[in-house]
Design a binder for this molecule. Structure first.
Ligand code: SF4
Ligand code: F3S
Ligand code: FES
Length: 254
């Protein structure tokens, strides 16, 4: 058989506290970390809490940290680790623990709600929108997001700085604002909402110092930093340097 026994160290506990527990679990050819966690649950730890749905890298539920790196458990092959390596599996650090590997990701939904929604063109009903591919190409990449929140978890601005959470939307939502800003039919600006300015002044874009950790962990390989965050920083800077645009937006705001 090609199977072997892996050494797992899994964080067990809840909001009140917890710690790492050691387990030895069988691994079979071709398995991913989530398979092994499920076997652990089935054979030794029936009360182990773990969140998952699709097992295909599409629902974004199985986010955790493996040896300190944020990853989807269902998309991480056991074969990327040495057989004698201890796998330390911990819940996402940036969000409060509910139990074991399950965290409370409400922070992200709060941030999502703070984003002014798509301003649909007046006079057009659903199904009547017409856009050219070349106009949507720039932001299309951002729609691949599965909301796993691994980028939100890894970003140092909030990872060890609870105090920054209020002021910082995080890479996923700064990217969402870039997506809306690049949307060819979004009429926010015409109605007095300057998205580039808002993302800088109200959602904490300035706290991002382009470390690109978000981009590195994204399971959808979205180029969050280069294609969303940096262009938004440039747009916000242009606003500041163009006094007429600045004045215009100030007057419209009142
Ligand atoms: Fe996950 Fe990537 Fe979306 Fe961030 S941008 S939530 S890492 S899919
Ligand atoms: Fe954070 Fe990504 Fe910026 S990790 S600092 S949002 S480039
Ligand atoms: Fe759906 Fe892993 S279980 S992304």
């Amino acid at each position: 058989s090609t199977g072997y026994d892996a050494h797992l160290r899994v964080w067990r506990g809840d909001a009140a506290g917890g710690g790492l527990t050691d387990y030895t679990v069988e691994v079979n050819e071709g398995e991913v970390v989530l398979d092994v966690v499920h076997r652990l649950q089935a054979t030794q730890a029936p009360d182990l809490a773990v969140r998952w749905n699709c097992k295909a890298g599409k629902c974004g539920s199985c986010s955790a940290e493996i040896n300190g790196r944020p990853r989807l458990m269902c998309m991480t092959r056991m074969s990327v680790f040495a057989r004698d390596e201890t796998l330390t599996i911990t819940p996402m650090r940036t969000f409060p623990v509910v139990r074991d590997l399950v965290t409370d990701v409400e922070f992200n939904y709060t941030k999502a709600r703070e984003i002014p929604s798509f301003a649909a063109p007046e006079g057009l009903g659903p199904g009547e929108y017409r856009m050219r591919q070349e106009d949507v190409a720039r932001s299309q990449e951002f729609r691949k997001c599965i909301e796993c929140f691994l980028c939100q978890d890894v970003c140092h601005v909030v990872r060890d700085h609870e105090e920054n959470k209020e002021a910082f939307a995080g890479p996923r939502f700064l990217m969402r604002m870039a997506e809306l800003d690049m949307h060819p039919l979004d009429e926010a600006e015409r109605r007095g909402l300057d998205r580039a300015r808002a993302v800088a002044e109200e959602h904490g874009l300035g706290l991002c110092n382009v470390t690109k950790c978000c981009t590195e962990v994204c399971p959808e390989s979205i180029r969050i930093t280069d294609n969303a965050l940096i262009p938004m920083k440039e747009r916000a800077a242009d606003r500041r340097h163009d006094p007429l645009v600045w004045l215009g937006s100030r007057i419209r705001r009142r």
